[in-house]
Design a protein around this ligand. Structure first.
Ligand SMILES: NC(=O)c1ccc[n+]([C@@H]2O[C@H](COP(=O)([O-])OP(=O)(O)OC[C@H]3O[C@@H](n4cnc5c(N)ncnc54)[C@H](O)[C@@H]3O)[C@@H](O)[C@H]2O)c1
Length: 333
């Protein structure tokens, strides 16, 4: 498959490496509003620097990978659909749920794959946990706990345009809950600013707990913080009638030191690039496989809308202090 990459930033570079590692995909074009960024990345992969117009009108390009800034995603997905390309797009579809739903409507009935970049679904540990639930390892599932703490907050300029913690950061955890437990019936959100007062001054929170309840009585909790002194903390635990499945952090090394002073081990790997590098590669392989085999993509536009709808419900719950019902209208395109 011939691939064009939109966005040569942090995650664009990761995806370019995944494309290169996949025997069935070839990076042929890169575009970025910062031309030097596009040139550098294109050069290191033997690709051309093209304009979006050139990419969209080139019939030899099979797919576009959208890794540009969030505010470009919805327009680029629509342009890709109009041009007949297969599309892989980073999360989120848009910061506006209404706009994301418009994109969902435009994608309805589209014959080519459109996949959203919910990379954690492809982390081998979380994928094994999901397989364990599906094959009944722990009987009937009852409770889910997702912990997701970043090592340090992003720059304040990023916070100001991020769409807020629920849409920017917890969106991955909302998707993890949907992936493992399906869509909830209610969302109840709590949030504080404890890490950096500038985040509070920018109107955002940096510390949050959200409780999701399900129609059959199951409960999920998500805990987020923009700071963890020991590194990137990414854990999931599921309790069921016959036991528990849990995924712990990946550490910098596997050494466990037991002495008379106590037992210690290495810190978790630093951040998402270190923790999820393998997941990004598997995610890309899954997209290529769906394109080749014509099978459904494992993270759809509807999954993108669902995660954004839960973030929207969390924002509403935080501002009203009430639980918010997840109605079909909230998520329908
Ligand atoms: N799934 C994940 O784990 C994950 C991780 C990081 C970022 N992301 C998402 O990926 C996207 C990019 O994030 P990033 O951290 O790489 O940001 P970044 O700022 O490092 O890179 C974004 C790039 O897009 C370019 N760009 C902006 N407008 C463009 C346009 N119209 N056409 C082409 N290029 C354009 C910018 O110049 C920049 O080089 C965001 O939507 C973010 O939410 C996802």
């Amino acid at each position: 498959m011939k691939i064009a990459l939109f966005g040569a930033g942090r995650i664009g570079q990761v995806h370019a490496a995944s494309i290169a590692r996949n025997a069935d995909s070839d990076l042929v074009a890169v575009t970025d509003v910062v031309e030097s960024a596009a040139k550098d990345l294109a050069k290191s992969h033997g690709a051309a620097v093209l304009s979006p117009k050139e990419i969209l009108s080139d019939p030899s390009i099979d797919a576009m990978l959208i890794a540009s800034s969030t505010n470009t995603h919805s327009d680029l997905i629509e342009a890709g659909i109009a041009a007949g390309k297969a599309i892989f797009c980073e999360k989120p579809i848009d910061l506006s749920l209404e706009r994301a739903k418009q994109v969902g409507a435009a994608a309805q009935g589209y014959a080519k794959p459109i996949m959203m970049g919910f990379n954690r679904r492809f982390d081998p540990n979380f994928a094994a946990l999901k397989a364990g639930i599906d094959q009944g390892d722990i009987g009937k599932t009852e409770m889910l706990a997702v912990t997701s703490y970043d090592p340090t907050p992003p720059p304040i300029d990023y916070i100001k345009v991020s769409g807020g913690l629920y849409r920017d950061m917890m969106i991955h955890d909302f998707d993890m809950c949907s992936f493992l437990f399906g869509m909830p019936a209610t969302v109840t959100a709590h949030g504080s600013c404890l890490v950096d007062s500038d985040i509070g001054k920018a109107g955002d929170i940096d510390t949050a707990v959200v409780v999701l309840t399900y129609a059959d009585g199951r409960i999920a909790t998500i805990r987020n913080s923009r700071r963890a002194a020991f590194g990137y903390d990414q854990r999931v635990e599921v309790l069921g009638s016959d036991g528990m499945l849990s995924v712990e952090n990946e550490t910098e090394n596997q050494l466990r030191r037991a002495t008379a002073d106590g037992i210690t081990s290495a810190k978790p790997v630093y951040f998402f690039l270190e923790r999820y590098m393998r997941a990004y590669e598997i995610e890309w392989a899954a997209f290529v496989e769906s394109c080749k085999a014509g099978t459904p993509v494992p993270a759809t536009i509807q999954d993108g809308i669902n995660a954004l709808a839960l973030a929207e419900a969390a924002n509403q719950s935080l501002s009203t202090g009430q639980s918010v019902e997840v109605t079909p209208e909230l998520t329908s395109a």
